[in-house]
Ligand binder design. Structure first.
Ligand SMILES: CC(C)(COP(=O)(O)OP(=O)(O)OC[C@H]1O[C@@H](n2cnc3c(N)ncnc32)[C@H](O)[C@@H]1OP(=O)(O)O)[C@@H](O)C(=O)NCCC(=O)NCCS
Length: 171
């Protein structure tokens, strides 16, 4: 599989910008609320920790058959970063498979931004020969389940690490 280089993706209010190490300091503030980790585990990272993590993400997957695609969400009207989306893309039995996830900083939640970003991401993935989109969501995480459903994913009977596998088959 050719490594996929993520482009900027424009939706009605957001620009999904390919992740850069330089985004780390602003993102450390955007992601500073411990509540963001209720369902995904971990704790807010400091600027230097996030910078180190972004350096690893930008360097890409050590497996050449897997693409790590990461974006920050820029809310154009407020000229600020508000969250992230990511897609890990690999070859599957029936075309390429993308595992996706989303995070929106607490001050910008409940405005439909995660849904808008997820839809924009999936539209782009569909143009990259991705045929299966997957997300793993904690069964009690109502907000994330609503985002997944609005983006066209449906829950399956498969579980992984205490989370339900949601899936969308394209075309
Ligand atoms: C999940 C998350 C990304 C949602 O972001 P968001 O921008 O607020 O999502 P949206 O505004 O698109 O809202 C999605 C839906 O969930 C609902 N919702 C939002 N927060 C909610 C909450 N705390 N409880 C119940 N429903 C909630 C919204 O009302 C909306 O439903 P609606 O379209 O029927 O009004 C955000 O809560 C988050 O980052 N959580 C922490 C990180 C995380 O767990 N990521 C998931 C990894 S897969």
């Amino acid at each position: 599989m050719t490594i996929i280089e993520p482009p900027a993706i424009r939706t009605s209010r957001l620009t999904l910008l390919p992740l850069l190490v330089e985004h780390a300091d602003e993102m450390a503030t955007v992601l500073s609320d411990p509540e963001l980790h209720t369902f995904i585990g971990g704790a807010p990272a400091t600027g230097p920790d996030l910078r180190a993590r972004y350096e690893r993400l930008v360097a890409g997957s050590p497996d050449p058959a897997v693409s790590w695609c990461n974006w920050v969400l820029r809310l154009r009207e407020e000229d600020c970063l508000t969250g992230t989306v990511q897609a890990t893309v690999a070859a599957g039995d029936h075309g390429e498979v993308a595992e996706i996830s989303w995070v929106v900083g607490t001050p910008w939640q409940r405005r439909g931004l995660a849904t808008e970003a997820a839809r924009g991401l999936i539209t782009w993935l569909a143009g990259q020969r991705v045929r299966t989109v997957v997300a793993h969501i904690h069964p009690d995480h109502a907000a994330s389940a609503t985002v997944a459903a609005a983006a066209g994913l449906r829950p399956t009977e498969h579980w992984h690490d205490g989370e339900v596998r949601w899936q969308l088959t394209i075309g």
